[in-house]
Design a protein around this ligand. Structure first.
Ligand code: ATP
Ligand code: MG
Length: 743
């Protein structure tokens, strides 16, 4: 119950004790409500007030007032010395901005009144409410400026329910900026209870309370900030470690802890950690400035790149002034903060980007060069031969634009382009040089094809397709990496050469050879006929006897004519083959007797060669053009003799199995040099050593042999060592037994 007795003021020593209690509370109590309550209680105790109330002005988190400095906006923060009902009354009461409270709330000055009754405005009832307020405000302002004594202030009266109050003492709570933060209001039921000393004490207490409130707010704000910083610190993907000036780890965030633990499990981890943390920290402490390094190390077999920043840690600039009563701390470096930013991925991406840019640059350069080439050049990849890049001439070769990324088959079908073999038959898609290269890694040279372009025109081309292993290439193209999987994967560099001009020239040459050979046949037949007649008739003594030299000349003419007839026959065969007009007349015949006959004929032409036939079979039936087979055997035997200038054995062997009949002709002659062996079946192809030995020939024999044998379902090949000899093999399909009956 509020006391109505005269104020029980504490004697001076107790007052000091109470004040020092408040001082301790101000330093230690962080709960705002408890603190204010304590101050209110101490204020009552010291001044002997019957009740004390604390009102506060609402402020923002940063301490900025949210409402005007008027009592009606303030709230009751603590109250002592009142009943429960009175406390409820106070909580709902608007304190108002006028009267005795106005100087405190509006102007931040204290008010001490001996007897509230004496301050009732005598004209209270006569004045309108508005006018009364203006008067009160004016008085409060004058009082705050020191132009009016407190005794002249008007009270607006004590509302009903308010504890009885004759003495009143109120002091404002002022913050650092001297803004009113609240008011500490004391009352007593008797008049004349508060002294000037009380007023001074209360003002001091109020300002201490203001400081304590502000400190509390700062402390809370600092705590929130510290919490926020802790969350940021821990959630940072970069590792952050605090090291003290002695180089000891003080704190590390989660990322740093993780890295630290991982490195502890590595063999060379301690060394790496030294490079990552301690060395940069030491340097930052020594240099007293921020340091930045790039550190790379191996972990789990991978290279990790880190950007390490080490910054010296200084105490805040005014730390000294905050530590009251102590000497300001020397502004020495207290430690270092080391932050690790992993840049492995960024480096990797950058290097890929750089590589890609380089590749693109190279490709652009390559494109420029390729575009200037007269032949079509393109690069395809993958088993379906998707286009990677092509030069300008490629469009000319196909007669259509092939877009990058499109598979070859798609392109051909879309553009109605067809591919033919030189013999005019459609070329199966998978037999195209490009497809052989990308599907089987085969490198194909000089593949002849005819392209039927979308407009129907035919273009003969010579194709070279070079297979490239994608895994060893390691190049990227704008449409992505050339690599697709670990499967063997091929790319192909394909060059198409337009050979229509060559074809045309070849055609002209073939036509010419054909016509020339044909036209030579008649005069040759006449020459041969007359030479033979002369020889035969002279032998029969049908005319004058010829001198030996005349007979010799006649024999030479006859030999030369025979050679010329053979040559023109060969040339005619070549031109027929080229034109696809060579017709064959297969029959069944005995290969053993044919071989024996040809052998006998050739044995008569040479004395230093010994020709022998070895076979287990008495008869071997073949189904082929007998005349053409004799031509083939003749060329092979004539070669064996011709290219063994020192004579020696020429061994013929005839063998037969279920599938093939094989004839081999082995000589011990000059052999065919290794590097020329691939060309030897070509037209007019002759080995260098044959020319060196001065052995004559046209280089048509083997070409005709191969064409004739292959057209009859057979095969021809050879083995040869230069200087040692050559063996030619000829195989024909075997004839099944019962066909003998048909003979
Ligand atoms: P021809 O058209 O008159 O037959 P040729 O004999 O020179 O002339 P081919 O029979 O086609 O032509 O042979 C081509 C070349 O192969 C020869 O010039 C020779 O260099 C080489 N050659 C062929 N057979 C043999 C062999 N048995 N030993 C060594 N070289 C040979
Ligand atoms: Mg020959």
């Amino acid at each position: 119950m509020p006391s109505q007795e005269a104020s029980k003021k504490l004697p001076t020593p107790e007052r000091f004790a109470a004040l020092s209690r408040v001082g301790v509370a101000l330093l230690s109590e962080l709960n705002e409500e408890r603190l204010l309550h304590l101050i209110a209680e101490a204020a009552c105790e010291i001044t002997g007030a019957t009740f004390a109330a604390f009102t506060l002005r609402p402020v923002s988190e940063t301490g900025q007032p949210l409402v005007p400095s008027e009592g009606s906006f303030f709230y009751l923060a603590a109250i002592v010395g009142v009943t429960k009902e009175q406390e409820t009354f106070f909580r709902h009461m608007s304190l108002g901005g006028e009267g005795l409270l106005a100087p405190i709330f509006r102007h931040g000055v204290s008010v001490r009144v001996d007897d509230v009754h004496d301050h009732q405005d005598p004209n209270h009832h006569k004045q309108a409410k508005g006018q009364e307020r203006i008067t009160a405000q004016g008085l409060a302002s004058a009082y705050a400026q020191g132009k009016l004594p407190a005794s002249q202030l008007h009270s607006m009266g004590v509302p009903h329910g308010h504890p009885i109050m004759r003495s009143f003492l109120g002091a404002p709570l002022l913050d650092r900026d001297r803004q009113v933060r609240g008011g500490l209001l004391l009352g007593h039921a008797l008049a004349g209870q508060f002294t000037a000393e009380d007023e001074l004490l209360l003002t001091g207490l109020a300002s201490q309370a203001a400081v304590a409130l502000e400190n509390g707010r700062l402390y809370r704000a600092a705590q929130i900030q510290a919490q926020e910083l802790q969350v940021i610190f821990d959630s940072s993907a970069d590792g952050i470690t605090l090291v003290d000036s002695a180089g000891q780890i003080v704190r590390e965030n989660r990322a740093a802890q993780r890295l630290h633990q991982q490195l502890q499990q590595e063999a060379d981890g301690a060394n790496t950690f030294e490079q990552l943390l301690f060395a940069p920290a030491r340097l930052a402490l020594q240099a007293q400035t921020e340091q930045q390094y790039s550190v790379s190390f191996q972990q789990d077999g991978e290279t990790h790149d880190y950007l390490v920043t080490a910054s010296p840690l200084r105490p805040p600039p005014d730390a000294g002034t905050l530590q009251l009563g102590k000497q300001a701390a020397p502004k020495n470096i207290t430690g270092a903060v080391v932050a690790w930013h992993e840049v492995t991925e960024i480096r990797r991406l950058l290097s890929i980007q750089r590589k890609q840019a380089e590749t693109e640059g190279r490709l652009a350069q390559l494109q420029l060069i390729l575009d200037e080439l007269p032949s079509s050049v393109y690069l395809v990849r993958g088993p379906d031969a998707r286009l990677v890049l092509a030069n300008r001439a490629t469009t000319g070769i196909w007669g259509a634009q092939w877009r990058p990324g499109q598979p070859l088959q798609d392109f051909l079908e879309q553009q109605h382009i067809r591919i033919f073999a030189p013999d005019g038959n459609p070329l199966p898609f998978e037999r195209m040089a490009t497809m052989r290269a990308v599907q089987h890694g085969e490198t194909v040279y000089h593949h002849q094809q005819v392209i039927r372009q979308p407009d129907g025109s035919n273009l003969p081309v010579l194709v070279n397709a070079v297979a490239l292993d994608l895994h060893s290439l390691d190049i990227t193209v704008p449409s992505g990496s050339l690599h697709t999987s670990d499967q063997p994967s091929w790319a192909a560099l394909v060059v198409h050469q337009d050979v229509s001009a060559l074809k045309e020239a070849e055609q002209l040459k073939d036509d010419f050879i054909g016509i020339a050979a044909h036209e030579l046949r008649t005069p040759l037949a006449v020459l041969k006929g007359f030479a033979q007649t002369l020889i035969v008739q002279t032998a029969r003594q049908q005319g004058p006897e010829l001198a030996d030299w005349q007979m010799e000349a006649l024999m030479s003419i006859d030999q030369a004519t025979i050679r010329l007839v053979e040559l023109t026959d060969d040339l005619l065969d070549v031109s027929r083959l080229q034109a696809g007009r060579l017709t064959l007349h297969p029959t069944y015949f005995d290969l053993v007797s044919l071989t024996q006959r040809v052998l006998t004929r050739f044995q008569t032409t040479t004395a230093h060669h010994h020709l022998a036939l070895q076979t287990d079979a008495e008869h071997l039936v073949a189904h082929a053009d007998q005349v053409r087979m004799e031509q083939v055997l003749s060329n092979l035997l004539s070669n064996a003799i011709k290219y063994s200038p020192n004579g020696g054995p020429v061994q013929l062997r005839l063998t037969c199995d279920d599938a093939n009949t094989i004839l081999s002709i082995q000589d011990n002659g000059i052999g065919i040099p290794q590097e020329q062996q691939v060309y030897i079946f070509g037209r007019f192809a002759r080995a260098e050593n044959a020319r060196m030995h001065g052995i004559k020939g046209t280089g048509l024999g083997l070409y005709l042999c191969r064409e004739l044998v292959e057209q009859q379902g057979g095969r021809i090949w050879f083995e040869s060592t230069e200087g040692k000899g050559t063996t030619f093999y000829l195989s024909l399909p075997s004839i099944v037994e019962d066909t003998e009956d048909e003979l």
